[in-house]
Design a binder for this molecule. Structure first.
Ligand code: FAD
Ligand code: PYC
Length: 416
């Protein structure tokens, strides 16, 4: 890790940072790579990193149409947890959480992981019963989860209104103590720097506009910087997955929707746990800078525009104030949106495709930030070995033919 004295920081600030060493190179693309990864979000960059680190595949390029981490990776609310219902999901999300727990030291890059706990509120009898079933299933898979009484909730989050006379009273909650948040940009930057150190080419401002095949096998990608040959191509473009699949000549069972979030002005520390309610549809945490980071469900319409509608903002604000009346005078600072890719069962696709040598990583919907390390790790295996790892084989495309869907709508934490 580079060390900077106060003088070098001041000198570099005055010189417009021109003398700072680059964390990764900006190379001119080669004519051919063993593997091209399309999409320089967390999943694409993690895949490139693990291809090199775990499989010795280093003749790799990551092609990103904008700047790395500028898609959903840099737009999410950074919540990490592994409290999913089904065994298949528990395996991949828990693998991811375990990788997160060591990522700062493995990448030698501070991802600011804060395991402050993720709490899901129950507001009625149905919520309580569903929560109890879920917590048992999660614990059965060896993942930490517990149920809290209203008194325990109040102790952990004093600012919550736990009065019984509320329209949606708080009757209980589940808590994953190992859940929390991490700095999303740092995850992308850490993987980018790590991959670059192995010789992976990270090429920004390079939009893929075509995927060419020869005899049923992928042969090259057409980009705004020219055509580049590749033996294998991995696609990790989140909300644009269907667009890339169409370029390759097949369709995906994926819908693209806007998902928005917002932050308030900075406040003194008041909330040191992530609080989510899937009944009143809002969640909130407090960032290291003091801002409240607030989100809710998707906008119901399909779109590729990275912004949402006023309706969702209005309803999540009223839900927030219902839970935390103390926040009613807090001012919002900004809102933004990303485009999330949702499968019918709210589970991801990490799979080979009908085109030989072409692999897709998508369908993480509203919850793929927490999966970034595990997804990249498993996708790298799938590409290197040309077959899925046991951890991601349940998430292959053929589940939409066999019917072996993994319904995780209830674990999504935000409505979709
Ligand atoms: P992205 O980060 O979107 O990266 C894909 C990249 O592909 C983009 O940079 C894009 O520019 C690039 N690309 C697209 N088309 C092309 C092309 N033709 N050529 C080249 N490049 C291309 N998940 C959680 O786990 N916890 C949360 O708290 C959470 N909150 C969220 C809040 C919001 C508002 C949003 C929008 C999402 C949230 N998510 C959350 C979901 C999470 O952000 C995503 O699932 C995850 O970041 C997806 O990562 P990715 O690398 O697959 O996609
Ligand atoms: O998957 O935990 C999650 C999440 C929270 C907000 C958006 N997604």
């Amino acid at each position: 890790m580079q060390r900077y004295s106060i003088f070098s920081l001041a000198r570099n600030a005055l010189s417009g940072h021109r003398n700072w060493p680059q964390a990764w190179r900006s190379p001119v693309p080669r004519q051919e790579y063993d593997v091209i990864i399309i999409g320089g979000g967390g999943h694409g960059l993690a895949t490139a990193y693990y291809l090199a680190a775990e499989h010795g595949v280093t003749n790799v390029a990551v092609l990103e149409k904008g700047w790395i981490g500028g898609g959903n990776t840099g737009r999410n609310t950074s919540i990490i947890r592994s409290n999913y219902l089904w065994d298949e999901s528990a395996a991949i999300y828990e693998k991811s959480l375990k990788l997160y727990e060591n990522l700062t030291s493995v990448l030698n890059f501070n991802i600011m992981l804060s395991q402050r706990g993720v709490m899901n509120l129950a507001h009625n009898e149905h919520d309580l019963k569903e929560m109890s079933r879920r917590v048992r299933a999660i614990r059965g898979n060896g993942v930490d989860s517990e149920i809290l009484t209203p008194a325990q909730i109040k102790q952990l989050v004093p600012a919550l209104n736990t009065s019984k006379s509320r329209r949606y009273p708080i009757l209980g909650a589940s808590l994953q103590r190992r859940g929390g948040i991490a700095r999303h940009d740092a995850v992308a930057w850490g993987y980018a720097r790590g991959a670059d150190a192995f010789g992976v080419d990270i090429i920004q401002n390079c939009d893929v506009i075509g995927i060419r095949r020869k005899g049923g096998k992928v042969s090259e990608v057409e980009t705004t910087s020219g055509a580049i040959k590749a033996k294998k191509v991995g696609v990790a473009v989140a909300g644009h997955a269907s667009v890339l699949a169409e370029m390759a000549g097949f369709r995906l069972p994926v819908d693209s929707h806007p998902l928005q979030a917002m932050v308030s002005e900075p406040l003194k520390p008041i909330l040191d746990c992530v609080v989510m309610s899937n009944t009143v549809h809002v969640y909130v945490s407090q960032s290291d800078k003091g801002e409240l980071v607030i989100g809710a469900g998707i906008d119901a319409f399909n779109s590729y525009a990275q912004r949402g509608s006023w309706r969702v903002i209005e309803s999540q604000m009223s839900a927030l104030v219902e839970l935390f009346p103390i926040f009613s005078r807090v001012r919002l600072m900004r809102t933004w949106g990303g485009i999330v890719d949702i499968c019918p069962d709210a589970s991801p696709i990490l799979s080979k495709t009908p085109v030989e040598g072409l692999y897709f990583n998508c369908g993480w919907g509203t919850g793929g930030f927490k999966a970034t390390p595990g997804s990249g790790w498993a996708f790298a295996h799938t590409i290197a070995k040309d077959e899925p790892h046991p951890i991601n084989s349940p998430f292959s495309l053929d589940r939409f033919i066999s019917g072996a869907l993994i319904n995780e709508h209830g674990a999504a934490a935000v409505a979709h």
